[in-house]
Design a protein around this ligand. Sequence first.
Ligand code: ADP
Ligand code: ZN
Length: 216
Amino acid sequence: MYNIAFVGAPGSGKGTQAAAIARKLNILHIATGDLFRQAAGRGDELGNKVRSYLEKGELVPDDITIGLVKGQLAASGSKGAVLDGFPRNIRQAEALDEALDGQVLDRVVYIRVSEVELTRRLSRRRVCRECQATYMAGEGETAAPLCRRCGGRLERRADDGPETVRKRYAVYMAETTPLIGYYAARGKLAEVDGQGSIDEVNGRIMAALGRQETLT
Ligand code: ADP
Ligand code: ZN
């Protein structure tokens, strides 16, 4: 059993890397952002509430978020999980220990990327509206090409506009970066340079986790 959490700024690549690591280790990938986007798409009362936070680039309130993660963990069985986007503040970190219900959080991977690079990545990110595959738009590209996987239309994520990106980054700095010291003090932090290709960063994460396998 193995539980890992990913911490990183918006655009750090934690979603891509968390999915790859979960696949490799054959454990559940719990991505709070994805779950919230699904909820927002459902358009029920909870979904509408969640959407209002996503659109502003603010954190969804802790009670909703912690309840969601608890439910996911309870359903994950005993193999462990990769937490992607949770915890995002100290209160969530404390709630996680309780939610793990006797299991431990083994490692926290912190993916470090410069602010310039984050801004560049988010402004170019395009997501397939059908299958959620992520792409990088080419320099100066206007007409969006279609998804290579399913032919769906590619769009900018609703919260990737410049203003919301600035807000998300400010929230990350204020709320989430304290977790770096928090987990370092508990001997759980694995800090990884997030610049470079997806494969390069994969390799660094596997090395930091003390795993020999390479991701393909
Ligand atoms: P990013 O890390 O690039 O901002 P995510 O998909 O992880 O992208 O998160 C998108 C949004 O989902 C956040 O801006 C926030 O509104 C919400 N969210 C995700 N995880 C959490 C969390 N642990 N606590 C509160 N809100 C969250
Ligand atoms: Zn697609």
